[in-house]
Structure formats: C-alpha cells, structure tokens
Design a protein around this ligand. Structure first.
Ligand code: SAH
Ligand code: SF4
Ligand code: F3S
Length: 439
C-alpha cells in the first residue's frame, strides 16, 4: 500500500470558503490525500483565499513567504492558491511567487485532480475559468465519514448586484442556483452522517431560484422541503440581500419552526446618499420597514448586519445616519469594516475618506454595536432557550453549543454529547457567551 499524501488547507474569508475547502479536500482525497493540521508535514499546502478587503488579500503573500523555507527543504512539496485572490490575481501570483505550483479559482476547483497531477509532473498549473459545467456535479463522491452536528451547504453562488465597493461579482462570477433536488440529496446525506443543523450558503442566498419539481423554487420553498427531512432539526441561511427578502421568505420565519430566529441582513450604511453611491438599490427606510415586517412575523428574531464606514464621500452627517439606523434596528451582533478600495471596483476611483477619519468612525460604530450586543445578550438571562451542543468546553464536564439565536451557550452537566438538542435556562451572561442549566 502506498502511504497517503498529506494535505494542509488554510481557509480565509467567508463561510463559502469553509464549504469550498471541505469540497477541495474531498476532491483531493480521491488522489490519495488525507488532511493534516500542520503545514510542516504536508505534501501539499493549499491556501483558500479572500479578496474582500486589502488586508485579507495581503495575507496570502505573507503566508506564502512563510513556506519558502519549507519548500526549499522539501522540493516535492506542492503549494497551491485557491479562492478569490487566486481568481483576481492568479497570473500575478504566478509571476511574483515562483514557489506556487498551482492556482485555482472558486469556479474551477472540481478540476483540482488534473491540476494536481500537472503540478506533480513538474509543470505549473493555473485555472481561473468560469466553466459551463456544474462544479458541484463533479464533486459528488463524498466519503461517508461521520461529521459534527452542524454543516454548511452552498445552494447559490455568485452575485449580479455589483455594489460599488465589492469584488465578489468579479471573483465568484454571475449568480447561479443549484437545483433543489441536489440540495435536498446533499442535505439528506449530511443528516445521515450526524448533522442536525444546516446553514444554507450563498453570496445572496435569498436570491436562490433553483429548479424544483414544479418550476423554479425560491429560498422559502427550499426551506420548507428541507424542513421535511427527519433528523434535520435546524435551518439557517446566510448571507441575504434586503432586496431579495420576498413575502414567502418573511412568512417562513413565522411558519417554519425549524427555521431559526436569527437573520444576517447587511445594510452597509444608513445614509440614502451613500446607499445610492454604493449601488445598494434600497433606502434606509425600506430596510427599516423590512426589519419591522420580519419582526412582526417572528417577534423574537435576532438580527445581525454588516457595516462599512468611510465609503468615498461619506460625511460625518452620513455617518450619523448609520448610527441612527443602528439605534432603530437594534442588532444582536454585527460585522463592521473600514472601507477598503478594491482594484477594479467603481468606488476605488472616487475621492477617499482620510484613514484617521475612518478609524475614528469605526471606533464609534463598534462602541454602539457592542453596547447593543451586550444589552441583548444580557437580556437572555432567565430565559429558556434551545441549545444544540457541538463540543466540549474548556472546563471539565462542560459542553458548548448554540442557542436558536446563535449565542454560544456553556452548560456543565453529565451525559451531554455533541448533537444533543436540549432546553436550557440561561443563568449568566459573560463577555462572549452565555451559560445555563439544563431544564
Ligand atoms: N453578499 C453579502 C456580503 C458579501 S461581502 C451582502 O451583499 O451583504 C461581506 C461584507 O464585507 C459586506 O457585507 C461588506 O460589509 C464588507 N465589504 C465588502 N467589500 C468591502 C470593501 N471594499 N471594504 C470594506 N468592506 C467590504
Ligand atoms: Fe458584494 Fe453587493 Fe453582491 Fe453582496 S450584494 S456580494 S456586497 S456586490
Ligand atoms: Fe472573501 Fe471571496 Fe468570500 S472575497 S468574503 S472569500 S466570496
């Protein structure tokens, strides 16, 4: 028997990259690779990269720099770059980094086995095509290994919205939805392997419009069909765009008990002037109204959002509009970023906000968001939640899981196992998590 080769994958960026890394690992398992947690004993190192902000993209080059010594010691070591930086800068990576053997974009990674063989034979391999064929169909052969209680499942990919700041439409390509039957097959397979909670992924997941048994299905229809799978207890989806939040999906938050009361709905800014320049195609008011409708459907809904500060030509007044929107909506959690000019996007060409201004706004924004987060989290004390336990905690006898609202919850009790779904009374709110007792 030949000894298996070892594959080390390092993943940056969004959850879709996490999912893609799993699929790449599976694709290469067919070529005799087993995963390893350490780059030092790897036969192949694969960086699955993110291009969303400048800092994210720079990480690739500094990480590659670290592997120089390793590659010199082990000439057979193959180094690959995948993901969104590969897509955006593949040729440049090849030019700047002779140590890189393989570059593969997010829409062509089903071709990894051929690319790997090419790299093994001593040639450098680059594939950043947007192929016609469905990559998911070429990635069917999953090993039937058991898995943890939660999983991601990509149902939609790519984006046609072209927000003025964003690289995703360029790195991921046009919006495509997978057929419902494929999604349902994959979900059943995951459930057979121990998964109890599935998070449906898409760059604009609520724009999902996959082929169903009777014409195209929207995301709500897909969620109802998934909810019929025995053993699947929880469904989440991310990330959504406000303009794709249709009536059916709002109603699903009221009608589908397996759909969790947590919604990530980025708004980016609270000033209509800035929203317009961002090409978001909605106003602050329409977003706030939408949130109201969602909370009518599901009064205990926890919402999270994404915010950008210092977008070109954002004034202090515009920024105040963002703070006001946050005060109105009240977020249970949020991600916030300084605007980062990205090559090839329209906003990069506009007059920029000075860096110290951006820093100052980010600080003020984050202070408000963490205050809200803290208040909403503290308000959970005394309440009963359901917790899906995922793994042991740091203390003896402790298990950690997630509430329906996506809070991390610690419980110390005998006989709890990953995958258990239990009622818990919250007794304490810590800096980043809650703790509770079984009911
Ligand atoms: N599809 C999702 C978001 C994808 S990117 C949506 O439409 O909301 C994730 C987040 O990164 C965005 O919501 C935005 O807040 C942030 N982001 C994207 N491009 C950025 C840039 N150039 N600078 C700073 N933040 C950015
Ligand atoms: Fe980027 Fe906008 Fe598309 Fe989201 S909707 S991925 S922010 S272009
Ligand atoms: Fe980054 Fe690409 Fe995801 S740019 S955020 S890895 S879609």
């Amino acid at each position: 028997m030949t000894t298996p080769k070892k594959l080390y994958i390092k993943t940056y960026g969004c959850q879709m990259n996490v999912y893609d890394s799993e699929r790449m690992s599976e694709a290469l398992s067919g070529e005799g690779y087993v995963p390893t947690d350490s780059p030092d004993d790897a036969d192949m190192i694969l960086l699955n990269t993110c291009h969303i902000r400048e800092k994210a993209a720079e990480k690739v080059y500094s990480e590659l720099g670290r592997y120089k010594g390793l590659k010199a010691e082990k000439p057979d070591l193959k180094i690959g770059v995948a993901g969104c930086v590969a897509q955006a800068e593949g040729e440049e990576i090849m030019r700047r980094q002779p140590m890189v053997d393989l570059v593969v974009g997010p829409q062509s990674y089903h071709r990894l086995p051929e690319l790997e063989a090419k790299a093994r034979s001593g040639e450098r391999a680059l594939d950043t095509d947007f192929p016609e064929e469905d990559k998911f169909e070429h990635l069917k052969s999953r090993p039937k290994a058991s898995r943890g209680p939660t999983a991601f499942l990509t149902v939609q990919e790519g984006c046609d919205k072209f927000c003025a700041f964003c690289v995703v439409p360029y790195t991921r390509g046009a919006e495509v939805s997978r057929p419902a039957s494929r999604v349902l097959d994959e979900a059943r397979d995951l459930v057979e392997r121990g998964v109890r909670e599935i998070t449906l992924l898409g760059q604009n997941v609520n724009a999902y419009h996959g082929a169903g048994t009777d014409g195209d299905w929207g995301l709500a229809r897909l969620i109802y069909a998934l909810a019929d799978i025995d053993g699947l207890e929880r469904i989440r989806f991310t990330t959504s765009h406000p303009n794709d939040m249709d009536d059916d999906l709002i109603e699903a938050h009221a009608n589908c008990s397996k759909l969790m009361p947590y919604l990530h709905l980025p708004v980016q800014a609270g000033s209509d002037k800035i929203l317009k320049r961002m090409n978001r195609q909605h106003t602050a008011e329409s977003y706030i109204k939408l949130m109201e409708r969602l909370r009518e459907a599901r009064p205990d809904l926890h919402v999270s959002g994404d915010f950008i500060v210092g977008f070109p030509e954002e004034t202090e007044e515009d920024f105040q509009d963002t703070l006001n929107l946050i005060k109105t909506v009240k977020y249970g959690s949020a991600f916030s970023f300084k605007y980062s000019p990205r090559p090839g996007t329209p906003a990069a060409e506009r007059p920029q906000v000075p860096e110290d201004e951006k820093n100052d706004r980010l600080q003020r924004l984050q202070a408000l968001l963490s205050q809200q987060q803290r208040e909403l989290q503290d308000a959970m004390v005394g309440r009963e939640v359901s917790v899906l336990f995922e793994k042991p905690g740091r203390q003896a006898g402790q298990m950690v899981g997630k509430s329906e609202y996506l809070h991390a919850v610690h419980v110390t009790a005998d006989g709890l196992n990953p995958g258990d779904l239990r009622k818990v009374r919250i007794i304490n709110s810590g800096p980043n998590s809650l703790s509770g007792v079984l009911i």
